[in-house]
Design a protein around this ligand. Structure first.
Ligand code: TRP
Length: 466
């Protein structure tokens, strides 16, 4: 099974070395592994919490998209999109908000820090704090839970947010009596989870201590590196590698042997100016080829837009059915659909009231089948198979699949079910999007019923063989 790895980057700034080392590079590396199904997105709704500067957000979205692509992200291989292109995310945010304890949000580090600042300044505790800041962790939980991400690569400062996403997801699962969400784990690259900035504190836009990744070219990179704060030891005096940002940043780019050599040079008393030049050259060796791709991408914003739109379609193929299933579970099904007491565990399936398959031979001799809901409505028509065994195998898989593992491509008026990247069945054509979405909820329900029955049968077989 593939591990789904998902990460977001807030679009309020221009990528710096800390973003590259802490988030982009490890995530892009992981995305190349065959056992990883990677999701990357621009957290532009989160950006609204931090900034009201529309031009800056717009520019940042473009720069970040170009940076990730230039750094080697392959949009064919991964799912790369903008948060604001996925309406299911704000919808899920509300569903999660309704099960999130206010007390949990009170304990958020970011919120508490803002309150402490206010109190320290003798102001009202909540002065100038938006509900958006307060809700930040819930929006982030929705980003993650909407796609059932297993792992979330983040910096250390975000660990609490991932824990909150777990808490919230777990609470939702518990309250609604079904494992709707995978519970995510934070993934921290141990050696260089956070990079120090110019002043030795964590490299962060908010400390104004960053080193740009691409912006300003090699010149800006070198200038920033020359501004890294060091102690006042002179050339010839030994330097302590373990207490200086120059070394820590070097180590984040260098191999083990390069790192050992640099450590020795510092201990031997290399001057800070020279040490910084070594650091610059080491970083630029990695960055220069990416910088060229970055420039080409930035010169073609329409190309980036196309990539992101395709990414949003891929992402929504997962989020749309997921949200349809959640709406059904929450009692938000359209009127006229069979009511299901989804909040309690599903009733034991009664014979004759289950979804069922009907096989037939098509005019051209091929073997196909339909899936009908428990209420007798047609849900799916399979692709044609030359071999009846292949059609049988597909039926078998649909019996155990379950809604959470089903991947649908959402078409304007119908849905296509995919297995292992291949279209294997499709729904009838519906008259409008609402009917299509209702059908999706029914389909999810039917797949879950089949899977539950299959598990029941397996358990019964186990009990007999015991
Ligand atoms: N809060 C993250 C940050 O500031 C960005 C982010 C938003 C994110 N949603 C996410 C990261 C979901 C990982 C998963 O770095």
């Amino acid at each position: 099974m593939q591990t789904r790895v998902l990460t977001g980057i807030t679009t309020t700034g221009t990528p710096h070395l800390g973003n590259y080392v802490g988030a982009m590079r490890p995530a892009i590396e992981a995305s190349r592994r065959a056992d990883v199904d990677a999701f990357f997105f621009m957290a532009d709704y989160h950006a609204l919490i931090k900034s009201g500067d529309a031009d800056r957000i717009e520019r940042s979205r473009l720069e970040i998209a170009a940076s990730w692509l230039a750094a080697g992200l392959d949009p064919q291989r991964v799912t790369f999109y903008r948060q604001s292109d996925i309406p299911e995310i704000p919808e899920l945010t509300w569903f999660l908000t309704c099960v999130t304890a206010k007390g949990l949000l009170n304990r958020s580090h970011a919120y508490k820090a803002a309150v402490d600042r206010n109190v320290g300044n003798g102001e009202d505790a909540d002065a100038g704090i938006s509900a958006g800041l307060y809700m930040y962790p819930v929006l982030m939980a929705a980003d993650i839970l909407a796609f059932d991400a297993h792992q979330v690569p983040v910096g250390r400062d975000q660990i609490q947010h991932i824990e909150m996403a777990r808490d919230i997801g777990q609470r939702f699962n518990h309250l609604h009596g079904h494992e709707f969400f995978v519970l995510p784990e934070a993934l921290i690259e141990e050696q260089v989870a956070t990079l120090p900035g110019l002043d030795g504190r964590k490299m962060s836009k908010s400390y104004d201590n960053t080193i740009p990744l691409f912006a300003g070219g090699g010149k800006a990179l070198r200038e920033a590196i020359m501004r890294i704060v060091t102690d006042s030891r002179l050339p010839g005096e030994p330097k302590d590698p373990d207490s200086c940002a120059v070394f820590t940043i070097f180590r984040a780019f260098a191999s083990e042997s390069e790192t050992t050599a640099f450590r020795e040079a510092l201990l031997d008393g290399i001057g800070w100016g020279e040490a910084k030049q070594v650091l610059y050259e080491r970083i630029d060796a990695d960055v220069a080829p990416m910088r060229e791709r970055y420039a080409a991408l930035m010169a073609d914003p329409g190309g980036i837009e196309t990539i992101l739109r395709e990414g949003a379609l891929k992402a929504r193929a997962i989020a749309t059915p997921k949200l349809a299933a959640l709406r059904a579970a929450l009692g938000l099904r359209s009127a006229g659909m069979a009511a299901q007491p989804a909040a309690s565990p599903r009733p034991a399936p009664k014979p004759g009231r289950m979804p069922r398959f009907a096989s037939f031979r098509d005019g051209d001799g091929s073997f196909r089948f339909r899936l009908f809901s428990a209420a007798g409505e047609e849900l799916l028509l399979s692709a044609p198979f030359a071999d009846p065994k292949a059609a049988g195998m597909l039926q078998k898989r649909l019996k155990t699949l379950g809604a959470a593992s089903a991947v649908f491509t959402v078409q304007p008026l119908c849905l296509i079910l995919e297995l292992d990247g291949e279209a294997v069945a499709s729904t009838p054509t519906y008259r409008d999007e609402q009917s299509r979405d209702d059908a999706l909820a029914q389909l999810c329900e039917a797949l879950d019923q089949l899977a539950a029955q299959d598990q029941g049968a397996a358990a019964a077989a186990d009990a007999i063989s015991d």
